[in-house]
Design a binder for this molecule. Structure first.
Ligand code: DGY
Length: 379
């Protein structure tokens, strides 16, 4: 098929499911085989163009597992509906690449993969925070290029975070996990902004703050900020954990970047377009003490001109969820979403990811974002 190779798994299965990229692990294959699905799995490592996906869907296709790099909108959902499809799962927790309303209008369930990447993504945000604050990548390159001629008092001076203010914008699962990893361990006070207060997160800090104070070191706190601006102005580190929507496009623009401390650290593991990347490049150039740790980019896989040359930016290629456990778990959840809808299993009320990644294959569907609109049965 135009140079793209497809392999078939579980030939003869009652349902036909297209998978637009091969996925890690074996559990997802077991889940779909147990549900009686014949799989057509793309062997391509390139982003598949919509035409290629449409061709793979063909005239009969019950479900699909797609990637965040693909535009699942009216065209692809119409192709899936016309082929008899009822289920689609994104292989991601974020689904800004999916026009859910277009799927709903065609009676197609849309799944995503929450829960398995919470801590993994938060860990990468922590790694980027310290890599940026302590100039790890610059120092590594310096050493490898043979420039290290002995210890120096001022070699790669970075920013101490201990006792500072940790800002997060977006306190959902991943933002909250990052806050819990960072703030107590590094005695940082948390300042967070979200559309809604995260009372669970606040209760966590209410329990932990007295213990830290009793420890005799820096007292820490957890404060809700009424505005993004307040977080930007007061924080030493700002980590972004918002979904990408029309409202969050360029949430960090030139004006807001200028509100931040001149030596602040900005971390983004959410979605690239949340930052105006050209404005960030300009800001990093003008403020060498300001640092950024970025996992995601506005026009992936492209980078804004100049970004790759800036020593005060640490950049990694959208790998925050890339651990063996998490990527295998995401595959299992995506498979269970498609299998569950095709088999008519109820949608889990409280998702327990362990139920899907180990043990007997459960007769339920992990996460369907338009379950209510479609009237799918809940557990
Ligand atoms: C997601 O799941 O949304 C991440 O960006 C990829 O793991």
């Amino acid at each position: 098929m135009n140079g793209v190779s497809w392999r078939t798994e579980n030939p003869g299965g009652a349902f036909r499911v297209v998978v637009t990229k091969d996925l890690p692990g074996k559990r997802w294959l077991e889940i779909l085989a147990a549900a009686g699905c014949e799989l057509h799995v793309s062997g391509s490592r390139d982003v598949l163009p919509p035409d290629e996906i449409r061709r793979a869907i063909g005239s009969r296709c019950d479900g699909a597992i797609g990637q965040l790099t693909e535009p699942w909108g009216a065209d692809l959902f119409e192709a899936l509906r016309a082929a008899g499809g009822r289920a689609y799962s994104n292989y991601a927790v974020g689904y800004d690449n999916v026009r859910v309303a277009e799927a709903t209008a065609r009676g197609i369930a849309v799944g995503n993969t929450p829960g398995v990447l919470t801590e993994t993504t938060a860990e990468m945000a922590v790694a980027l925070t310290f890599a940026a604050a302590r100039r790890v990548v610059e120092a590594d390159a310096f050493l490898r290029s043979g420039k290290f001629h002995g210890w120096l008092p001022d070699l790669f001076l970075g920013k101490r975070l201990f006792g500072g203010t940790l800002g997060i914008v977006g306190a959902g699962r991943i933002g909250a996990a990052y806050a819990k990893m960072m703030a107590p361990a590094h005695r940082m006070s948390l300042l967070y902004h979200d559309e809604r207060r995260n009372r669970d997160l606040e209760r966590f800090f209410q329990r932990i703050c007295p213990a830290i104070a009793a420890d005799g070191q820096c007292a820490i706190g957890c404060h809700f900020a009424e505005s993004v601006e307040e977080v930007l102005e007061r924080s030493d580190v700002v980590s972004l954990h918002v979904p990408f929507t029309d409202a969050t496009r360029h949430l960090l623009n030139r004006e807001r970047l200028r509100l931040m401390k001149r030596d602040a650290i900005l971390v983004n593991t959410s979605r690239g377009p949340v930052i105006d990347e050209a404005a960030l490049v300009e800001h990093l150039r003008e403020n060498p003490e300001f640092r950024a740790g970025l996992d995601v980019f506005e026009r992936e896989p492209l980078l804004a001109p100049g970004l790759a040359e800036l020593p005060n930016a640490v950049i990694v290629p959208h790998v925050a969820s890339a651990t063996v456990w998490t990527r295998g778990g995401m595959a299992a959840l995506a498979a269970a979403n498609v299998a569950g809808v095709l088999k008519g299993y109820p949608v889990a009320k409280a998702l327990r990811v362990e139920d899907f990644i180990e043990g007997p294959i459960p007769g339920k569907t992990p996460s369907i974002v338009n379950a209510r609109e479609l009237g799918l049965r809940e557990e």
